[in-house]
Design a protein around this ligand. Structure first.
Ligand code: AMP
Ligand code: MN
Ligand code: MN
Ligand code: MN
Length: 295
């Protein structure tokens, strides 16, 4: 059994700049209320929420906000997520990364609309875009549209039938290769973290290959403290990270309030051994970027 406990760091969460429910400010305020000390906003393929908060939001000295993003990628035909922390997200380099992802998501939407309509679903493109608002548009927005139009009972069912892994709506061919996603993060000054390794449904042998390729590409850390990660896998990953000199990370992957299994700042206790990513971040070797860094 996993028990999730309250932490002072949150290194993986989503706002409504991607598929989360809360605005970055509401998310930040909630983290402050919960007495977190560090918050990394990791929206899918964008750091626009971080830019918005640093430029127009209300920040407190009690809660440090870090730039971040969760980049979509592909490895051996599987979709893999890489969390980046501490990138200079005001730089032209990073903005080019976001623009590339915007373009890919647009192309993917076209394909998604085609394959889902072919299944007989009725999808109003504008309504899906409205679900996403200004945020990066993903499958969860389509799922919500299917629920609102009575074509699915809930989002989980929409994923199970049409959108989840291996289903018609699992359109991933456009994502950049894993190596590229890692490079995008590193080039912009961030730390690359392999997100939720337990979710890819890989055998240990395959996961070992993924970890090797990830590290060869420049990946520096692996999420090991994740809600719902089987403890045996966590132990194996912690051992692996220690042997291979990778940092251990983690986070809740918070998206929505009222989901008891993914509460902001709650995830399993840090393992006793291993080099913690939080220590690396706290060591001050990474620069934290602010709007003043814009050149
Ligand atoms: P996308 O960014 O379009 O690839 O969508 C990926 C997002 O869909 C993930 O970050 C999750 O938030 C959500 N998701 C993935 N699988 C499921 C599932 N089985 N049930 C509900 N949401 C899911
Ligand atoms: Mn998501
Ligand atoms: Mn993810
Ligand atoms: Mn996530």
């Amino acid at each position: 059994m996993n028990s999730n406990i309250a932490h002072t760091w949150e290194m993986h969460c989503h706002s409504d700049f991607s598929d989360g429910a809360l605005s970055p400010q509401t998310l930040y305020d909630r983290a402050l209320e919960q007495q977190l000390d560090h918050l990394v906003l990791t929206d899918h393929d964008t750091a626009a929420g971080f830019r918005w908060l640093t430029e127009s939001g209300q920040l407190s000295d009690d809660l440090k906000l870090w730039s971040g993003a969760e980049l979509s990628s592909i490895w051996q035909k599987r979709s893999i997520h890489v969390v980046g922390i501490g990138m200079d997200v005001f730089s032209d380099d990073w903005r080019a990364v976001e623009a590339r992802y915007d373009h890919i998501r647009e192309q993917r939407l076209e394909r998604l609309l085609f394959v889902l309509r072919r299944e007989g679903l009725s999808i109003d493109e504008q309504a899906v875009r409205d679900q996403a608002g200004e945020g990066t548009l993903g499958r969860p927005h389509i799922a919500r549209h299917l629920v609102e139009t009575g074509q699915a009972k809930n989002s989980a069912q929409a994923f199970k039938r049409w959108l989840g892994q291996g289903k018609v709506g699992d359109v991933k061919q456009n994502w950049p290769e894993l190596e590229r996603a890692v490079d995008d993060i590193r080039r912009c000054g961030g730390v690359a973290v392999l997100a939720h390794p337990h979710r890819y449904k890989l055998t240990w042998r395959k996961l070992d290959q993924l970890l090797t390729d990830f590290q060869l590409a420049g990946g520096q850390a692996v999420e090991v403290s994740c809600p719902a990660m089987p403890p045996e896998l966590r132990k194996r990953l912690v051992d692996y990270c220690r042997e291979q000199d990778l940092f251990i990370g983690g986070g809740s992957d918070f998206h929505l309030p009222d989901t008891p299994w993914a509460r902001l700042g709650f995830y399993p206790q840090w393992p006793n051994d291993g080099q913690r990513l939080t220590d690396l971040l706290e060591s001050g070797t990474l620069r934290v970027f602010s709007p003043d860094d814009r050149c």
